[in-house]
Ligand binder design. Structure first.
Ligand code: SF4
Length: 298
């Protein structure tokens, strides 16, 4: 098991296509997925040649929507491996396809050595969020298959919303028994100006929950990594903030939509020395206020 955290400054994310076998209510691509074009193998090759020639970024993340539903995934992985440049080749996945052990073995044999697996609750909590019955069972089987393989790094990915807030302690207890090296927990940022489905969690309820989640995870050597939460929230040992957004290749239409989210709405942003913090979103501020007393500039 790795004791070194992933350093996303040394990763590039390439979304290769936008098909998916889930339909998550919290998906950042909701309403966009069907209209976004796949990258295409030729463009993918060009980008990878550029990355290698620039000589800077050593790790690659293949993303989607859901990359394991792409029939050509092996071809993309094999090409990346053939360059002899990338140390890590990660896939971001909902993990359902990894329940098929033969498929997973083939992925690893071709060169995937890191898995970022999304799981948002236990049992029906997860299934209701991803809107697919039986998805939780498959994702958990995928995690167990990964653990049985050895030699690969496994990171879990959970998005905190009102739909799973009540179940997150259960989930962390379940995940703590798996061979996961770090547990990522994302703050939910809707991809629009408002929180239409009322999914954002009040930060005043987040603060007391974090130490309880940490307690469920066991030894602190496996960190709970808070993503896109205000960096000045009080946390305990074994909890780290990391809001770094790696270099990401996505169609222009995505970035136009992303811009409507209005990040960095913290009232202290202009004086705070932490420039990597996302602060709060416009949607959060509209629902809960600017939290000027809870947030403290560095
Ligand atoms: S004061 Fe604002 S910008 Fe600074 S760490 Fe807190 S939330 Fe982030």
């Amino acid at each position: 098991m790795t004791k070194t955290r992933v350093d996303l400054r040394d990763y590039v994310v390439i979304s290769i296509w936008f098909g998916c076998n889930n339909d998550c209510c919290l998906c950042m691509l909701n309403g966009l997925r069907q209209s976004l074009p796949p990258i295409g193998f030729e463009r993918f090759r060009e980008i990878l040649f550029e990355i290698r020639d620039q000589g800077r970024i050593r790790n690659l993340i293949l993303s989607g929507a859901e990359v394991t539903t792409c029939d050509d995934l092996f071809q993309y992985v094999e090409f990346a491996v053939s360059l002899g440049w990338f140390e890590k080749i990660q896939i971001q996945t909902n993990g359902r396809r990894l329940a098929d052990l033969n498929y997973l073995r083939e992925l690893v044999a071709r060169g995937v050595n890191e898995f970022f697996v999304s799981i948002h609750g236990t049992g029906s909590v997860h299934d209701n969020i991803v809107r697919r019955a039986g998805a939780y069972r498959e994702t958990m089987q995928g995690l167990r298959n990964l653990a049985g393989l050895g030699g690969v790094n496994i990171i879990s990915n959970t998005v905190m919303t009102e739909a799973n807030y009540h179940d997150l302690e259960n989930l962390m207890a379940v995940l703590s028994a798996e061979r996961i090296s770090e547990f990522h927990l994302w703050n939910f940022f809707p991809m629009r100006a408002g929180d239409r489905e009322s999914l954002i969690v009040d930060l005043n309820r987040v603060v007391p929950l974090i130490p309880r989640l940490r307690a469920m995870l066991g030894p602190e050597i496996r960190p709970l990594v808070l993503k896109a939460f205000p960096h000045c929230l009080p946390v305990t040992e074994g909890v780290v903030f990391d809001s770094w957004f790696p270099v990401t290749v996505l169609p222009t239409a995505f970035w136009e939509e992303f811009g409507t989210s209005r990040f960095r709405e913290c009232p202290h942003q202009h004086i705070c020395l932490d420039k990597s913090c996302w602060g709060i979103s416009g949607a959060y501020r509209a629902r809960f206020g600017d939290e000027h007393q809870l947030l403290h500039p560095f």
